[in-house]
Ligand binder design. Sequence first.
Ligand code: ZN
Length: 61
Amino acid sequence: MCVGPEKTGAALVWHVMAKQAPATLCGQRFAERHDASHAERTGHCPLCMAAFAKLMTTAPR
Ligand SMILES: [Zn+2]
């Protein structure tokens, strides 16, 4: 997980980032790291959550 601005807004949300991927699951790249302490109360990026759920259901076992 990584903290970054929401794709559709300025609010910070938790994004899901694959280990090998240079970008978040919703396709964002962050040039700078955001302070996670500011994001403790923020929600999760809905786009990342949807993509993550899709990966979970389609991943081979
Ligand atoms: Zn995201």
